[in-house]
Structures are given as structure tokens and as C-alpha cells.
Design a protein around this ligand. Structure first.
Ligand code: ATP
Length: 362
């Protein structure tokens, strides 16, 4: 197992904009850290620098306190699982799993190789398939072989690059729990790249959010959700995403596009007359006809454009027209968030029993 420290890591491809910009992150021994962010934010680049597949332009990478910037990938003793599995098609499942042991310069005896492959196959329920070739396996089984190849040797850490993105939703859910179980039982330091919200929120001890190569926040999933440090993290974490509404402070009220709500405690008198962006999670709305409003709750009526019924809940989309004076503010937010947030509509998550339908005024 290993502690992995990134100190002011920079990556520049050619002389362009840095793909990774001054990232510092200390990953504890046995910790499970998730790297998330929009496409192109530099998460794969960061992972590839850790494993040694990409040179580090600037900064220090330490594994167990030792600087490894210039160490060849095979000498870093890390196991990487790729999105496309990278299995050898001409080798059987057993031979694929055994591959890293046979490559190893410290010759592992054949009897031990057999034993270790068996153990990995048992853990991943692959024992029945050891003699088959990858072409004859399902996507989920191939993914397990790729994981078997990672766990067969006692690597210091596991690095996963979107390992489940080629699987269908159901299998992804199953494999996600398997990865969680495996990591918990082996307690091996793990860095996991994904853009999947559920994987990010359920797998990691901590989640690191990247944007344009810059680390925005590193925190537990719960802290990210409840205390995002900026609008980007607030809008990126959570699905459906947080609603951003323009608001003006007026006395003891906040004026929103749908009407007034009481001014929250955190917004003191010094904000009087100012324009603010108010973030409200979709699940913090209820259908007033179905759920009794708690004390102090504000109620409003709005026209529902589209609804999506998901069985356990219902999403309602409500377009809103921002007041002219707030349009510039919203445009600025748009620029700041690269159009990644929803602005001219509100998304609310309602009880599945809610009778709200497309075109309703609710
Ligand atoms: P995705 O989720 O789409 O895989 P990512 O967050 O993993 O994205 P990276 O693949 O790390 O992002 O890419 C970060 C930035 O570096 C992008 O702007 C990308 O175009 C650029 N980049 C990546 N690899 C190279 C390369 N070999 N040469 C030049 N630029 C590259």
C-alpha cells in the first residue's frame, strides 16, 4: 500500500494551456480518492502522470515519500485498469490475469502464480471462465478480468480510468458495488477517474473536483454536496443539478423570479438591494398539494413545462423569465460556468405520487 502525494503538479502538452495546473493532493495510505470533472478537465492526464504514462512538466510526485517523477511505470508498482480493459485477445482469462506476474523481474514461481490467479478469480467470480478467451466474455466479465489483472500482484495502489463507462447501467451498478467491496477488503490505496455522479458520490472516501486543470475542492462526498466552495462545484455535484436563481434582497425577503421568500439568516442587512444568486437543490421543493409545507416554507405557483416520471420520484421542469435587471448577471454566470448549469429553467424533484403533469400550473 502507498501514500501518494502530488505537489504543485503541472502538465503542459506542447506550449498550450496547461491540461493540469498546479494540482496538490495528498492521498493517504489505503484511501479511495475519486477524480471528477467535465470532459477535458485533466483527470485522465493526472492519473496517467501518477502511473508514469505521461511526463510531469512541473511539480513533484511522491510515492511513500520518495520522488518518482523520473521512475519508469513498471518500477512504480501501481496497477492501472483502463476504460477499454486492454486485455490480450490471444490469451485466456487465466493467462491475462497472470500476465503481470510473468512480466515481473522478480520471477514468481509457477505454483504461486496459479495460486494467486485462483484467488483473484475466486474474488471476482471468474473461476468458471479461466480457460476462455476475452472475445467469448461479456463486457462485465472482461471488466472483471481487467480488475483481476490489477489485484493479482500486490501493487501499491490501484488506478482506475473510467473503468465502468462501457457497461450498461445495470451492470455498472453491480460492478460499482464489487469495486467498493474489493477495495474495502484489500484496503489498497485507490485513485479512480470518473464523470459518473453516482460513482463519485458512492465510491470514494474523498472526491477531488477538477475544472480546466485546476483543483476546485477536495472533500468527502457529503461535504461537497452540502458545502460546495464555489458555484462550479455546487452546479457540478448533484443530479439533477442545483438550481441557480437570481434574487434581490428586499427587507426581510428575497425576491425570486417566482415570488418572495423569507430572507435566510446568512444573508444579513448589508445585502439590502443587492442581486444574489440563490442555489436551491431540486429535492428542496415539494408539491404543496401532496406534502404539507413545513413552517416558514415559501409557496409559489408556476407553469410546468415537462415532467419526467422515474418510478420513485418525478422531475418537473419549470421555465422562468428572469427580470431584465438580472439578465446580465445570469449571462455572467453562464460564462463562468461554461453553460454547464441550468439557468432559465428550474428543476424540482417531487414525490412520485405527485399528480403534476406536463403543462400544469402547480
Ligand atoms: P475526458 O473525461 O473527456 O476523458 P479528461 O478530464 O480525462 O477528459 P484529459 O484527457 O486529461 O481530460 O485532457 C485534458 C486536456 O489535455 C484536454 O484539453 C485534452 O485535449 C488535452 N490533451 C490530452 N492528451 C493530450 C495529448 N496527448 N496531446 C495534447 N493535448 C492533450
Amino acid at each position: 500500500m502507498a501514500r501518494i502525494e502530488l505537489k504543485n503538479i503541472v502538465k503542459k502538452y506542447g506550449d498550450g494551456f496547461p491540461a493540469v495546473n498546479d494540482v496538490s493532493l495528498d492521498i493517504a495510505d489505503g484511501e479511495f480518492v475519486i477524480l471528477v470533472g467535465p470532459s477535458g478537465c485533466g483527470k485522465s492526464t493526472l492519473l496517467r502522470m501518477i502511473v508514469g504514462l505521461e511526463d510531469i512538466t512541473d511539480g513533484d510526485l511522491l510515492i511513500d515519500g520518495k520522488r518518482v517523477n523520473d521512475l519508469a511505470p513498471r518500477d512504480r508498482d501501481l496497477a492501472m485498469v483502463f476504460q477499454n480493459y486492454a486485455l490480450y485477445p490471444h490469451l485466456t482469462v487465466g493467462e491475462n490475469i497472470a500476465f503481470p506476474l510473468r512480466l515481473n523481474h522478480s520471477k514468481v514461481p509457477e505454483s504461486e502464480i496459479r495460486e494467486r490467479v485462483q484467488r483473484a478469480a475466486d474474488m471476482l467470480e471468474l473461476h468458471e471462465h479461466l480457460d476462455r478467451k476475452p472475445a467469448n466474455l461479456s463486457g462485465g466479465q472482461r471488466q472483471r478480468v481487467a480488475m483481476g489483472r490489477a489485484i493479482v500482484r500486490d501493487a501499491k495502489a490501484f488506478l482506475f480510468d473510467e473503468p465502468l463507462s462501457n457497461l450498461d447501467a445495470k451492470l455498472r451498478g453491480q460492478m460499482r458495488t464489487e469495486i467498493a467491496r474489493m477495495q474495502r477488503s484489500l484496503a489498497t490505496t485507490t485513485v479512480y477517474v470518473t464523470h459518473d455522479q453516482t460513482e463519485a458520490m458512492t465510491l470514494g472516501d474523498r472526491v477531488a473536483v477538477l475544472r480546466k486543470g485546476v483543483l476546485q475542492q477536495v472533500a468527502s462526498p457529503r461535504e461537497l454536496y452540502e458545502q460546495p466552495v464555489n458555484l462550479f462545484v455546487a452546479g457540478f455535484i448533484g443530479s439533477p443539478p442545483m438550481n441557480f436563481l437570481p434574487a434581490r434582497v428586499s427587507g426581510t425577503t428575497l425576491q425570486l423570479p417566482f415570488g418572495e421568500v423569507p430572507r435566510p439568516e446568512q444573508v444579513d442587512g448589508s445585502y439590502e438591494g443587492k442581486l444574489l444568486i440563490v442555489g436551491v437543490r431540486p429535492e428542496h421543493f415539494d408539491d404543496a398539494e401532496v406534502t404539507e409545507a413545513p413552517e416558514g416554507a415559501a409557496t409559489f405557483q408556476a407553469d410546468v413545462d415537462v415532467t419526467e416520471w422515474l418510478g420513485n420520484e418525478l422531475y418537473a421542469y419549470i421555465p422562468f423569465e428572469a427580470a431584465d435587471e438580472t439578465k446580465e448577471q445570469l449571462a455572467e454566470l453562464d460564462r463562468e460556468l461554461d453553460g454547464e448549469s441550468l439557468r432559465s429553467q428550474l428543476v424540482v424533484t417531487l414525490d412520485a405520487m405527485s399528480g403534476v403533469r406536463d403543462g400544469d400550473r402547480a
